[in-house]
Design a protein around this ligand. Structure first.
Ligand SMILES: Cc1cc2nc3c(=O)[nH]c(=O)nc-3n(C[C@H](O)[C@H](O)[C@H](O)COP(=O)(O)OP(=O)(O)OC[C@H]3O[C@@H](n4cnc5c(N)ncnc54)[C@H](O)[C@@H]3O)c2cc1C
Length: 587
């Protein structure tokens, strides 16, 4: 079985030393949420994740969720763990105190999300979509809907789902067939089939609040005719108690490659009672509130799984002896594999990406808070632009790196990584869904290129580049080589962005074919930017914590010399254009 120690020291380093980011320190929450409070929360979070949730990862994989006589049964141990999970208030961490939440900022909930993803992604998914649904209802629901549903969701007694996908519509939601017929009393009857619905049914909560997209008969075709509905599993009476069963049933659950403890359901809606959320035909806009935040959380899933894969690889390479290393002085015994340059390279590759991602995610969480809560409208808009630019990057890059890192972790474990004993192959299988759901990674790249860099939004990337340039105005001999590399990469990013913008206008296939590489370039540079912030503190504060900062400086050196240069090859690949792709005819 895998082991896991929550990386609290690194999280607290970010919280204490990189908290003072521009605009974020003007928020009320900044003052109220002290490092002591956060440390206490993280220590408690580590206990439940390490002791109670981590063991569920293996049991959930070996005893997948089943559908038995119409009832979805979660794996052994899930019910007890979920009861403790909600009793301890973990579902309410980032929710509004008005509905019983603890009102913690996203910086803190992101740390918790990382720990939970590392411990058991399957278990996490039972509460993850509830938080997403909570956010959507909170932003777009009427007061009466909010008062009726949100307190129980925040408490974790009711859960939430996101029902978009249908047999004929995945990426292209405009093709959806589910119907919504308005009733005299203003409610709707929803009919249709949704597939692949995470936590669509389970035996953990008293009720399930489905957020369903559907089309009214008089609505236009395509995405412009989609509305959003809240459809509970059980009708909720006016006094808030649970009434009769609604017309939603589980047709089947999927048998999957990974996250086997998570119920992925086919849901049949048969004249189910539903209530419209937000304006008619603007359902996708409302749903995007949920999806955009979820995309960042899916990125964090990749980060959490990468962390546990790294920790186990590091431990294993300190225990496993094979061969002689180049610098070995002893003649007889084999060396621990961590002595081999190639294994060290692989471990540092993981570590430098993970720590950079964590810092980038911390910054993005701060910007999300600014975009939601800053008192100045322009500041909110500026932050919101940055968040919208970085959302597809975090979703794609972190989950993609999760594949690289879990694959490398298997490699470090050799044959024992491929067999079930160590639990490493499960990390690879569990992570494999993250580049697919919540909008495939290629679709994230297309979103980045065609929406975020389009004429309307074309200056977001320049604003981001200028922001990095501002942050690079740091003096000091030791940081100079890093700044120099950043300058070169920023120049290349500008050049690449201009090339893409030109292609969007003149040759869309070139832009499409370059989109994956463009996103990876932006991802690598964003992580390098995060490393610069870490380095700035590390050099300044060096004497106060030499061991910690030396580790950071050396890891940054690896990133800048062995990971960041990938930028150039992505640029060269992408700017070769689409000719050799589009001219080819498959037989
Ligand atoms: C375990 C699991 C859990 C899920 N949970 C949920 C959930 O809770 N709620 C929910 O609604 N859905 C859920 N999904 C569905 C998931 O979001 C979709 O599978 C995903 O969005 C892709 O849709 P699709 O499978 O129909 O693939 P398609 O849309 O058919 O895509 C197939 C391929 O074509 C590519 N492609 C599609 N369009 C374009 C384009 N315009 N340009 C370039 N390439 C394109 C895609 O990138 C992909 O590689 C889940 C799926 C799984 C497997």
């Amino acid at each position: 079985m895998t082991t896991y120690i929550a990386p609290i020291e690194d999280m607290m380093f970010l919280f204490e030393k990189l908290r003072n980011n521009k605009n974020y320190n003007e928020l009320e929450k900044y003052k109220e949420v002290t490092p002591d409070l956060v440390k206490n929360i993280l220590e408690e979070a580590a206990k439940i994740n390490q002791n109670i949730i981590l063991p569920l990862a293996k049991s959930g994989d070996e005893n997948p969720t089943i559908l038995e006589n119409g009832i979805v049964r979660t794996p052994p141990g899930y019910k007890e763990a979920y009861k403790k999970f909600i009793e301890d208030g973990w579902t309410s961490l980032s929710c509004d105190p008005k509905y019983g939440g603890q009102g913690m900022p996203k910086t803190v909930s992101a740390f918790f999300d990382e720990m939970l993803s590392a411990s058991s992604l399957s278990f996490k998914l039972y509460s993850e979509l509830s938080i997403g649904a909570y956010n959507c209802i909170n932003q777009h629901g009427t007061d009466s809907i909010k008062n009726k549903f949100l307190p129980k969701m925040v408490e974790g007694k009711w859960s939430g789902t996101m029902c978009l996908t249908e047999p004929v519509c995945g990426t292209d939601l405009g093709l959806l067939k589910t119907k919504a017929i308005e009733q005299k009393d203003g409610t709707f009857k929803i009919s249709g089939q949704k597939i692949f619905i995470t936590s669509g049914d389970q035996d953990l909560t008293e009720n399930i609040v489905h957020l369903v997209i559907a089309r009214s008969p008089d609505s236009p075709p395509g995405t412009k005719g989609i509305s959003l509905f809240l459809v509970p599993k059980f009708i909720v009476k006016d006094d808030g108690s649970i009434g009769s069963r609604n017309g939603v049933s589980t047709g089947s659950i999927e048998s999957k490659m990974g996250i086997k403890g998570s119920a992925t359901c086919v849901l049949n809606f048969d004249n189910a009672e539903g209530y419209m959320i937000g304006p008619k035909n603007k359902g996708l806009n409302s749903m995007f509130t949920m999806m955009n935040l979820e995309r960042i959380v899916v990125g964090i899933q990749g980060l959490g799984i990468s962390e546990i894969a790294y920790q186990n690889s590091l431990n294993y390479s300190k225990e496993r002896k094979q061969g002689k290393s180049n610098n070995s002085k002893e003649n007889n015994d084999a060396d621990f594999i961590i002595e081999h340059a190639d294994i060290k390279r692989s471990l540092l590759n993981m570590k430098s990406i993970i720590e950079g991602e964590r810092a980038l995610c911390f910054w993005l969480s701060q910007q999300t808070e600014v975009s939601l809560y800053h008192t100045d409208q322009n500041t909110r808009k500026e932050a919101s632009d940055l968040v919208s630019l970085m959302t597809p990057v975090v979703k794609y890059f972190f989950t993609d790196m999760g594949m690289e890192i879990t694959s490398d972790a298997m490699q470090i474990h050799g044959g024992y990584g491929y067999t079930k004993d160590q639990g490493i192959e499960q990390l690879y299988r569990d992570n494999r869904i993250t580049p697919i759901y919540e909008g495939t990674n290629s679709v994230q790249a297309i979103d980045l290129v065609f929406r975020k860099l389009s004429n309307k939004n074309g200056d977001i990337i320049n604003k981001y580049i200028n922001l990095i340039k501002e942050d690079l105005k740091i003096s000091g001999e030791k940081i100079k080589p890093f700044i120099k590399k950043m300058d070169q990469n920023i120049e290349l990013l500008s050049k690449f962005s201009d090339w893409i913008k030109g292609k969007i206008k003149n040759s869309k296939d070139d832009a499409s074919a370059a989109s994956n590489e463009y996103l990876k370039v932006l991802g690598l540079i964003a992580i390098a930017h995060a490393w610069v912030k870490i380095l700035e503190v590390s050099f300044k504060d060096y004497e106060n914590n030499k061991k910690f900062y030396e580790d950071k400086i050396q890891t940054a050196n690896f990133f800048f010399n062995r990971v960041l240069p990938r930028v150039e090859s992505y640029y060269l690949t992408a700017t070769s254009g689409s000719k050799y792709i589009m001219d080819f005819k498959f037989n």
